[in-house]
Design a protein around this ligand. Structure first.
Ligand SMILES: Cc1cc2nc3c(=O)[nH]c(=O)nc-3n(C[C@H](O)[C@H](O)[C@H](O)COP(=O)(O)OP(=O)(O)OC[C@H]3O[C@@H](n4cnc5c(N)ncnc54)[C@H](O)[C@@H]3O)c2cc1C
Length: 417
């Protein structure tokens, strides 16, 4: 007779801030047996390599470094009875919550009462954005460079160019400067910076690092190691403008050109994904299209700051515990859809139970603007559910609004003049 799968009430996949918070959320909401599976040898996710401060302003009301933030969450989790297994890579997940796990002590099957997905994201690479030129050493994603410099204590080069003004690229511009490297400039395709304003100020302007907007790298040069890149201005359709090319000598090119939620396991479980976020479609309880499987943090949508991922994690864990307590097979209720309209890149959640009061919506705008209205209206009736004027809106900042009135019909979120 073969032993059946190991069983747990709630299994959280990923031990970054979202996963740690999800496990705590589940425990605090009454789940007895909560297990985190983390493929790395340590908990903390991306936070472990973010040695600068500025984390925890909302959760802990103070500015701490990434590793300190991870340590606090992990210690809370252990103190409050969360079980953790590191070096445990989840290889497969089914819709009925059976996990196949490869860990130091071998291959295991685990059956979960509820699952919280918290696998984070990965970076877009050179291949994905198809930069022409030679293929020398010295082209790295900003996150890999952060890992090499901060965790492996490696020097990655002398002269760097950074493509993309996402937060990781901005933070690495400052970090490389501290490490004695020269950062020749940050080149951004869009006519605005993609990272937070505070990072543009604190990481570039304070160090006189140039930021060139509406620009891109059109060629990488060098045989064994990068020797230069060619940059060019782009037009409004993002095509390089002939005649604007300029060669910038450097031995390192860092790419900070976008993050992709890690949803391979979600796909295997048959979870429906959003083409707008790259993460699962969820309702107001952070339940995916597969009952009993919840999603939070960067695997759901890319957060600006770790606190955002943690708060979402707490909520997802609490909902997973409620699902367990309620038992599967609870009656399905009527759903309303929440759709992005004019100048809204995405809105989350994408659905909610009809009649939900105090519904919280996260959204990003498509283009920056000043003195813009954000409205939520009934898609068919045109009824106004929410209206607020924002002095300044930028795509790099995720915004949250709360609709007090019960939402009884499909609604659309718009941002307009
Ligand atoms: C490269 C990078 C640098 C960043 N730098 C900053 C910064 O400087 N400042 C800031 O405020 N924010 C920064 N962020 C954003 C912030 O760190 C994130 O918002 C936050 O870490 C997201 O938390 P998470 O738990 O969703 O994901 P993560 O922190 O990425 O954690 C996900 C965890 O899941 C694990 N995992 C994935 N798949 C599996 C699997 N199949 N089995 C088991 N485990 C798995 C991973 O190993 C990882 O530990 C950065 C993000 C990235 C990607």
């Amino acid at each position: 007779m073969t032993a059946g799968p190991e069983t747990h009430d709630v299994v959280v996949i990923g031990g970054g801030p979202a996963g740690l918070a999800a496990a705590l959320g589940a425990r605090r909401a009454g789940a007895e047996d909560v297990l985190i599976l983390e493929r790395e040898r340590e908990l903390g996710g991306i936070l472990r390599q973010c040695v600068h401060d500025g984390f925890g302003l909302f959760l802990y009301k103070e500015s701490i470094s990434g590793p300190e933030y991870a340590e606090r969450l992990a210690e809370d989790a252990w103190r409050e009875g969360v079980r953790t297994r590191t070096g445990a890579m989840v290889l497969d997940l089914t819709a009925d919550r059976l996990l196949r796990v490869n860990s130091a002590d071998g291959y295991r099957l685990i059956r979960a009462g509820a699952v919280v997905l918290a696998m984070g994201c990965r970076e877009r690479t050179r291949e994905m954005i198809e930069i022409p030129g030679t293929r020398p050493a010295g082209v790295l994603t900003a996150g890999s460079a952060q890992h090499m410099v901060n965790l492996q204590n490696l020097r990655i080069g002398h002269d760097a160019v950074i493509l993309g003004s996402g937060d990781i690229g901005l933070i690495m511009a400052r970090r490389l400067t501290f490490e004695g490297m020269r950062v020749r400039g940050v080149f951004e395709l869009m006519p605005w910076a993609n990272g937070l304003e505070r990072n543009v100020r604190q990481c570039l302007r304070d160090f006189d690092i140039p930021l060139e907007l509406s620009s891109t790298v059109v060629e990488v040069r060098g045989r064994d190691r990068v020797s230069s890149v060619v940059v060019a201005r782009v037009d409004e359709t993002f095509r390089p403008i002939p005649g604007t090319e300029r060669e910038v000598p450097c031995d390192t090119l860092l790419l900070s050109v976008g993050l992709i939620p890690e949803n391979e396991l979600s796909r295997r479980a048959g979870i429906e994904l959003s083409p707008l976020t790259g993460g699962a479609l969820v309702d107001e309880t952070l339940t995916t299209s597969v009952p009993g499987i919840f999603s939070c943090g960067n695997v759901l949508h890319i957060h600006d700051i770790a606190d955002g991922a943690s708060f979402e994690g707490f909520a997802a864990g609490r909902r997973a515990a409620e699902f367990l307590a309620r038992g599967a097979g609870a009656a399905e209720s009527r759903r309303v859809r929440i759709a992005p309209g004019e100048n809204i890149r995405y809105v989350l959640p994408q659905a909610a139970q009809a009649g939900t009061e105090g519904l919280e919506l996260n959204f990003r705008v498509t283009v920056p603007g000043r003195d813009r209205w954000v409205t939520v209206r009934g898609a068919a009736s045109g009824a106004l559910y929410f209206r607020k004027k924002f002095a300044r809106l930028v795509p790099s900042e995720m915004l949250k609004i709360r609709i007090k009135r019960a939402v009884e019909e499909d609604v659309e979120v718009r941002c307009h003049g």
